[in-house]
Design a protein around this ligand. Structure first.
Ligand code: ADP
Length: 384
């Protein structure tokens, strides 16, 4: 009897939304609101594998954040810790303003796990509705929202087909819709474009931009660097359980700005305002040399161009360039590998360089407080 009364009171409490009031205290740094603010996350699995060795992650409200790293870096472990699926060995910090690993916040989180698989006898429409029911979204709201989400992910005309008939891209679209059914503030997507063709990938990118435009925060775990480069406001590069770099791509590649000059039969080196620059002979085009001048200032480059032209040398290209995300990724990971073996570490670990952490950008304005009191969309098991 007492248990029944307690159960009723818990239900009343859930309906009242009082618990939502306790979610408003998001942490801030330099005036920036942080949806995820984790420091010194470590995880040692049974058997001694140190999957995480002191990761820090700061995800700002209303941004798309890309979590990058080679296989075995610890990305999935970190995502699972955020989703409270894996218990960390040590951790400080908050998710949605609550101490990390508090399952209470999962009602405000949408999750698309990697390698998910839906119940095969359901249609796409039923899958979204089913996840809404699991998340305790009210039936009428669920129905309306399912239709909106089917439209948003471009699956309205396919919603009544069984998920077994879907391509990988269609399954991912339904997965993204299911992750949004509980109107989450934070959406965690593990490899959302995995196995999806280029057209489908572009459409998924557009969906993520729309999700951000709705004021939600998106954490994307992906190994497709060019895609993350197009999408993410900020990224973190993780390797061997540590954060190597964190910030906007512009911040992280700031020092890599350069001008490249291609010249036919140019001298072995040229003098520039920033020192002597050696011309690298082209393997593809005999006689062609490329000079790389490490500056973002066009004024610095002009005397070099003038000198080459005055010597009668033909220039075929002058281009301003900077590192791509892939360059940055390879540089960070290769530097790290110079000090330690690839993969996760066993034992006490090897010394590494301090991470490149850019300060937070200007305060974010978007916050979404329109969450639905419900449980999280749970993961399903492995995808085919
Ligand atoms: P990523 O997602 O970046 O590929 P993971 O987080 O999956 O990396 O794995 C990090 C390391 O932890 C890997 O060496 C992996 O083998 C190990 N690992 C992951 N899950 C477990 C587990 N349940 N038990 C033991 N080791 C694990």
């Amino acid at each position: 009897m007492q248990f029944a009364r307690l159960f009723e009171r818990v239900q009343e409490f859930a309906k009242s939304g009082v618990h939502k009031l306790r979610m408003v205290g998001l942490s801030t740094i330099h005036g920036v609101t942080l949806v995820i603010d984790l420091q010194d996350v470590t995880k040692t699995y049974r058997g001694g594998v140190q999957a995480l060795r002191g990761v820090s992650l700061r995800v700002q409200s209303g941004e798309i954040f890309g979590l990058l790293g080679p296989n075995g870096a610890g990305k999935s472990t970190l995502v699972k810790i955020i989703m409270t699926v894996v218990r960390p060995t040590t951790l400080t910090g908050t998710v949605l303003g609550r101490p990390a690993c508090t399952q209470e916040v999962l009602s405000q989180v949408g999750y698309l796990p990697e390698h998910h698989r839906f119940p095969q006898y359901l249609t796409g429409r039923q899958v979204i509705d089913f996840f809404g029911a699991l998340a305790k979204v009210q039936r009428t709201e669920r129905k309306a929202r399912t239709e909106e989400l089917l439209e948003m992910v471009g699956m309205r005309d396919w919603g009544n087909r069984r998920v077994t008939t879907y391509s990988k891209g269609m399954q991912q679209r339904i997965g993204i819709a299911a992750a949004l059914i509980n109107d989450p503030r934070l959406v965690v997507l593990d490899e959302p474009t995995d196995g999806v063709d280029p057209v489908g990938r572009r459409e998924i990118r557009d969906m993520l931009l729309r999700i951000r435009a709705e004021g939600r925060t998106v954490l994307v775990n992906s190994h497709l660097l060019s895609e993350v480069e197009m999408l993410a406001d900020r990224v973190a590069i993780i390797n061997q359980g540590r954060t190597l770099a964190q910030g906007t791509i512009e911040e992280l590649t700031h020092d890599s700005h350069r001008y490249e000059i291609d010249a036919i039969n140019g001298p072995a080196s040229i003098q520039t305002a920033v020192g002597e620059v050696t011309g690298m002979p082209s393997a593809a085009e005999p006689g062609l040399r490329t000079y790389v001048i490490p500056t973002r200032d066009p004024a610095v480059v002009q005397p070099a161009i003038d000198a080459l032209r005055a010597a009668g040398i033909t220039l075929t290209r002058v281009e301003r360039a900077r590192e791509t995300l892939e360059d940055l990724f390879v540089r960070s990971v290769v530097d790290e590998r110079g000090r330690a073996m690839p993969g996760a570490a066993r034992g006490p670990g090897t010394p590494t360089a301090p991470p490149i952490v850019a300060p937070p950008r200007t305060p974010s304005t978007s916050t979404s407080s329109t969450s639905t009191p419900s449980t999280s969309t749970p993961s399903t098991e492995a995808r085919p």
